[in-house]
Write a protein that binds this ligand. Structure first.
Ligand code: FEO
Ligand code: CA
Ligand code: CA
Length: 696
């Protein structure tokens, strides 16, 4: 008999259903916070002197002292169009929105559909189960097989990338998608969570991973349609071959009975957000990998038990019971297998035969995403968040320069850029007296949540030998157990770092912090200037400025750009823009930039009674902080993977209908195909009916 999931409350207080918490994050917020380190008092963080050029070449900036006492500034970001200071003019907001954001904002709502602004149209580009690879059958949810699923679009699309196809195919683009997790209750009729069948488990393995599919542009609109059976179309699943590269590849910490080399892994799991590199590859964060591995609670080696606990690996049986069907998912039988997940994966989507790489130089944690930019001399800098309450954010700076051009030699070289370089973690200091940050969100006397920060070196990967910068840990240990390295050096505990993206226009980096309802609870870290609200339900976005030409440096200035919530809530802040002229927003998660330099933000777990949505906000100019909602998603869904091109806005509608009590038999949404049809996560494109560009 089918067993129903117990109806459980949602301890993190977000609008997410208990089902989503369970299947997406392995109930991360039900468990004790894995970061119990007392790193506030570590006294060995040595302030380093570093000289630097001015971060700015324009006026109207905020200047702060860094931890090392050197002045760096946060304003226009240097080397880019100048901007006005955040306006205190009460008339701001009375004129026209920033270019790119000129649409009528969508009101908060709970409609079971994708709601777009007036004058816009939409189509479903591709759904879970649509065949993409040659030979894959049409989707039949009643007769789904692992073999069919391995050739079809996967479940729960998250991060999206669109890459040009070129070569005479100007109207085609390459769409790359993450398939973060499966919800078996919504995939299989009569699913019994206590007794999954082998076939169901193998379908789930095949529904995880990555998807590559060529999409055709409509010549009159922003509509996109998937090209079935294109030779570049591809699926990578929980059982495809992946290669470990970089400083920890081949380490004893990564060897298993099936792979004594410590370099070959089957599969990628829980790919959440990601990034697109300037050399034409895509990056994919392995996030809540911990939930797939069982029995960590019975591991007796104290050091290994502590590591598993720090990563929140399941203490007993897992929700999906995969350990019953493959012993590698059991920590007792294959102790190192879980160490082979939690990496950033790099995929070359232009080569359908390429083996994707897990880049160990970028560290191991619950990777949300990974977005690179280049230094002036062409070295990639990659920003990364660890999505857990009270965890850290990081950057990796490559020691190698990107080669331009399409030659085979350039391509081969560029596929090594992320194997050598230095991994850093962020430590932030506020500039206001601690007593002025009272946990309510009230601005301190200087009118800003702001301060300085330092990137603390953790380890350097190099062909000539890897170096640890953390006392008591080897370089291999730093790369494999990066969270513990962050603990030791006193990194700043943040409110769940999600996407982190540098603005292509200003170079400023936006760090999305989604929420943390444990902030300020007994025994937990209280509010600080970067995480200024206790019991933080709605999240905030932090703006960080490094030297535009040299983001490889180790100092930065920061300030909060957005403190999310209902604009009527006194604790919210929209970069100083009048709050009666912005859309309410809650739980920011994934972000992208449009061609005009505006930041677009998707949400996960709206706490304000509306469905999740996508919002655009100006980051520069006199409209800086004007936030407008562009769309909302159906019941139970999260907005993921946003992309904004001239003619279209693309979103991944993830886990529609994932509401407590939902099943295939009792759907809680009719999206996308209407009543009587199984609910399917899908990618949606939105465009203007008049054929003009988005938001102009
Ligand atoms: Fe998969 Fe951090 O969201
Ligand atoms: Ca301040
Ligand atoms: Ca996310």
């Amino acid at each position: 008999m089918r067993k129903l999931l117990p109806l459980i409350g949602n301890p993190h207080g977000s609008g997410r259903s208990a089902l989503t918490c369970r299947y997406r994050c392995g109930d991360a917020c039900f468990h004790e916070v894995p970061n119990t380190s007392d790193n506030e008092y570590v006294g060995d963080v040595i302030a380093r002197a570093y000289s630097r050029r001015s971060m700015l070449r324009s006026a109207a900036v905020v200047t702060v002292a860094t931890a090392a006492g050197t002045a760096v500034t946060l304003g226009a970001g240097g080397g880019q169009p100048a901007e006005a200071a955040p306006s205190a003019d009460p008339k701001a907001g009375s004129g026209e929105a920033a270019r790119g954001l000129r649409f009528k904002a969508v009101a908060p709502n709970t409609d079971d559909r994708v709601t777009v602004p007036e004058g816009h149209d939409q189509n479903v580009v591709i759904r879970w189960g649509d065949p993409i690879v040659k030979g894959a059958p049409a989707f039949n949810p009643d007769k789904q097989t692992a073999a069919a699923q391995a050739g079809q679009f996967g479940y729960n699309n998250d991060f999206l990338s669109l890459l040009p196809l070129g070569g005479g195919y100007e109207r085609q683009q390459l769409l790359v998608a993450n398939h973060e997790y499966t919800d078996e209750n919504l995939m299989f009729k009569g699913y019994d969570p206590a007794n999954p069948t082998r076939e169901q488990v193998e379908v789930a393995w095949a529904a995880h991973g990555l998807g590559v599919v060529v999409v055709q542009e409509d010549h009159r609109s922003g509509k996109l349609t998937a090209v079935n059976r294109h030779q570049l179309n591809r699926r990578l699943t929980a059982t495809s071959e992946f290669r470990l590269t970089g400083p920890a590849a081949g380490s004893a910490l990564l060897k298993t009975s099936a792979d004594p080399t410590g370099t070959k892994v089957l599969g990628t799991l829980n790919n959440c957000s990601g990034g697109t590199t300037p050399w034409g590859t895509t990056l994919h964060g392995e996030e809540n990998f911990n939930q797939y591995f069982a029995n960590a609670g019975q591991v007796t080696d104290p050091a290994e038990a502590a590591r598993l606990k720090r990563y929140g690996v399941s203490t007993g049986a897992t929700e999906r019971k995969w350990e019953r069907f493959d012993k590698r998912f059991d920590c007792l039988q294959e102790p190192n297998e879980s160490h082979r997940f939690g990496w950033v994966v790099e995929l070359d989507p232009y080569d359908p035969n390429s083996v994707p790489r897990k880049r160990t130089a970028l560290g191991r944690f619950k990777h949300e995403g990974a977005q690179p930019r280049l230094t002036e001399d062409g070295r990639p800098v990659v920003y990364m968040g660890d999505d857990e309450r009270f965890d850290y954010f990081y950057k990796f700076v490559s020691s190698k320069q990107m080669k331009r051009g399409d030659s085979r030699a350039a391509k081969e070289h560029n596929l090594t850029l992320l194997d050598e370089g230095t991994l850093y973690v962020a430590k932030l200091t506020g500039d206001s007296p601690a007593a002025e940050v009272d946990g309510s969100g009230k601005l301190p006397a200087d009118g800003q949540f702001d301060g300085s920060g330092v990137w603390i070196k953790l380890a350097t990967a190099s062909a000539s030998g890897n170096v640890s910068h953390v006392e008591g840990m080897t370089a291999e240990e730093v790369f494999v157990f990066t969270r513990q390295a962050g603990d030791k050096v006193g990194a700043t505990k943040m409110d769940r770092p999600e996407d982190i993206e540098p603005s292509p226009r200003t170079g400023r980096v936006y760090v999305v912090l989604t929420n943390n309802t444990d902030r300020g609870k007994a025994g937990k870290a209280g509010a600080d200037e970067a995480n200024p609200r206790n019991l933080n339900k709605h999240g905030q976005i932090l703006e960080l400025a490094e030297n535009f030409d040299d983001p490889a440096g180790d100092g930065f200035a920061w300030r909060l750009f957005l403190v999310a919530g209902d604009p009527n809530d006194a604790s919210t802040y929209f970069a100083g823009f009048p709050k009666d002229k912005v859309s309410p927003i809650s739980c920011p998660d994934n972000v992208t930039f449009d061609p005009h330099g505006n930041l677009w933000i998707s949400t996960d777990g709206n706490q304000l009674g509306s469905h999740d949505g996508l919002f655009g906000v100006a980051t520069a100019g006199e409209r800086r902080g004007e936030l407008k909602q562009f769309l909302t998603v159906p019941r139970g869904a999260e907005t993921c993977g946003p992309l904004v091109q001239d003619k279209r806005v693309l979103v991944a509608v993830q886990h529609p209908g994932e509401i407590d009590g939902a099943s295939v038999e009792k759907p809680q949404s009719v999206w996308p195909d209407g009543p009587g049809k199984i609910v399917r996560p899908a990618v949606v494109s939105v465009w203007r009916k008049d054929g003009k560009n988005i938001g102009v």
